[in-house]
Design a protein around this ligand. Structure first.
Ligand code: NDP
Length: 474
């Protein structure tokens, strides 16, 4: 068990009090971290403000070098980082290792994007009053960015905020999820040893209701970038004042398997999409709409696949599904499932909970207004809904308060384009699951799934502002 410290102005500092970080798999104490006081948060913001003067003067090629070095160091420390993710978040080893590889790639992409922050010239003489003028705009970093992150990708989602912010020349005050702060502290160590100036990244820990709230309501940060649940995101949106804001929130993602889809071919992918990280992924598959013609074959084979998943200790290399983040969350999922069963749903496989372990569960005979259908379940529970008409399936997918990503398996290109046009989501993934993401693509949601986009180039657009310049040559 290690005592971790908070990072302010390049120094690792004690706090007045500490709180425990536990392994959700066995409740072992794996570390303690300081709980930041209001004065600590104040110092972190002040140090980020001072460091902005330094960061804004560092040329793009040097910022890029720091980010590339960070990417290399993440690769060198891959085993330690994967162990940290698996221990604090209970993510199964293979997915924890995948997250580390993605975080290295996120920093590599950021290193490339740091050198590609372009402006644009404006054809001023398109207006009679613009004749004789030369106009263009440049992009400038905002300043201090407050970043608040969730537990389910404790390294790569931190990378998705810190890397583009630094690439653009901003400074950051990060508040990671209280359940999983250790991965971000290790990332902080790596960034410091890669040559990041003191104060460019500050990491403070503590409850969202205090530390998060102080960060959100302080007038000095120019932007809040938040990934987490829709209710918390909405509350932050209401309190952020005139700051810019990016909200990456949850969803009840759906996939459509149109007639002609090969059930055997898609099953390995859908098992990952529904059950990786015990369903605690913002683009986890929650609803599977399957054409009647293939519904029986798909369902039988999918159930067989679920029965073959290895559930248990996340640190064992072949585990597919680890525990949920805490017992309270697992009990909540159990309650929602029980409620659906009382309303007529039927379990095809799974359904049981032991402590934090929730069996991968497949449900049928569901109704659209059941919680497990219409609210983000964030647990290893997936519903199968047969359909006969593709348009109707699209309507059902779209009848959601969320809109992050949708997956459409179809052999018919006109149906694919119809889905692209009709679905109100941030991303339509044709012939793959909605859980698909590479780290440089534009990523984000509409409706309750949020606003703004991540993916390095797009996050940099959010984290910079345009300054227009006009020369009068007359
Ligand atoms: P939460 O919304 O509970 O917490 C996210 C972060 O917000 C944590 O750091 C939390 O702190 C903090 N927080 C809580 N309350 C406040 C507050 N009042 N003011 C400021 N900060 C606050 O989410 P989870 O950690 O449970 O993560 C799961 C959610 O994240 C799911 O809904 C999931 O879909 C979503 N998500 C979205 C992604 C996307 O890219 N769209 C990606 C991954 C997850 P503390 O930990 O101390 O409570």
């Amino acid at each position: 068990m290690k005592k971790y410290l908070m990072l302010i102005n390049g120094e690792w500092l004690e706090g007045d009090r500490f709180f425990p970080v536990r392994n959700p798999n066995n409740d072992d104490l794996i570390g303690t971290v300081p709980e930041a006081s209001k004065a600590d948060v104040d110092r972190a913001i002040e140090s980020a403000q001072k460091a902005f003067g330094v960061m804004a003067e560092i040329p793009a090629h040097q910022r890029s070098d720091i980010l590339l070095k960070t990417s290399q160091l993440i690769k060198e420390k891959a085993k330690e980082l994967a162990e940290t993710i698996a221990s604090e978040s209970a993510k199964a080893w293979k997915f924890a290792s995948g997250e580390v590889a993605r975080a290295a790639e996120t920093f590599r992409f950021a290193a490339e994007e740091a050198k590609q922050i372009y402006g644009e010239t404006i054809p001023m003489d398109a207006s009679p009053t613009g004749v004789g003028r030369v106009g263009f705009y440049l992009r400038f970093p905002l300043g201090v960015i407050g970043a608040i992150t969730p537990f389910n990708f404790p390294l790569n989602l931190v990378a998705h905020k810190v890397a583009p912010a630094l690439a653009a020349g901003n400074t950051v005050v990060l508040k990671p999820a209280s359940a999983t702060p250790l991965s971000s502290l290790k990332l902080g160590e790596i960034l410091m040893s890669a040559g990041l100036p003191p104060g460019a990244l500050n990491i403070v820990m503590g409850p969202g209701s205090t530390v998060g709230e102080w960060l959100v309501t302080d007038p000095r940060p120019r932007m809040i970038t938040f990934t987490g649940s829709p209710p918390v995101g909405a509350a932050i949106r209401d309190r952020v004042g005139m700051k810019k804001i990016t909200l990456e929130l949850g969803s009840n993602s759906a996939v459509i398997l149109d007639e002609g889809t090969d059930p055997t071919g898609v099953i390995p992918r859908l098992l990952v999409g529904a059950f990786a990280n015990a369903g605690q992924v913002c683009i986890s598959i929650q609803r599977i709409y399957v054409h009647q013609k293939i519904a029986k074959e798909f369902t039988d084979k999918f159930i067989k696949g679920v029965k073959g998943l290895k559930v248990g200790d996340p640190l064992e290399k072949d585990t597919d599904v680890g525990p949920m983040i805490d017992e309270g969350e697992a009990k909540r999922a159990e309650d929602w499932l029980r409620e659906a069963l009382n309303q007529g749903a039927e379990i095809l496989v799974g359904g049981k909970r032991k402590g934090t372990i929730f069996e991968p569960t497949v449900v049928t005979h569901v109704k659209p207004d059941m919680k497990i259908m219409c609210v983000e379940v964030f647990a290893p529970i997936v519903s199968i809904i047969p359909f006969t008409d593709f348009d109707d399936a699209l309507d059902q997918v779209d009848a959601s308060v969320y809109g992050l990503q949708a997956g459409i398996y179809t052999k018919d290109i006109s149906k694919a384009f119809k889905a692209v046009k009709r679905l109100n989501v941030g991303g339509v993934i044709i012939n793959d699951y909605p859980t698909y993401r590479v780290d440089h693509m534009p990523y984000g949601g509409v409706k309750l799934s949020g606003m703004g986009r991540e993916g390095l180039k797009y996050a940099i657009e959010e984290m910079t502002e345009i300054k227009f310049v006009c020369f009068n040559l007359t």
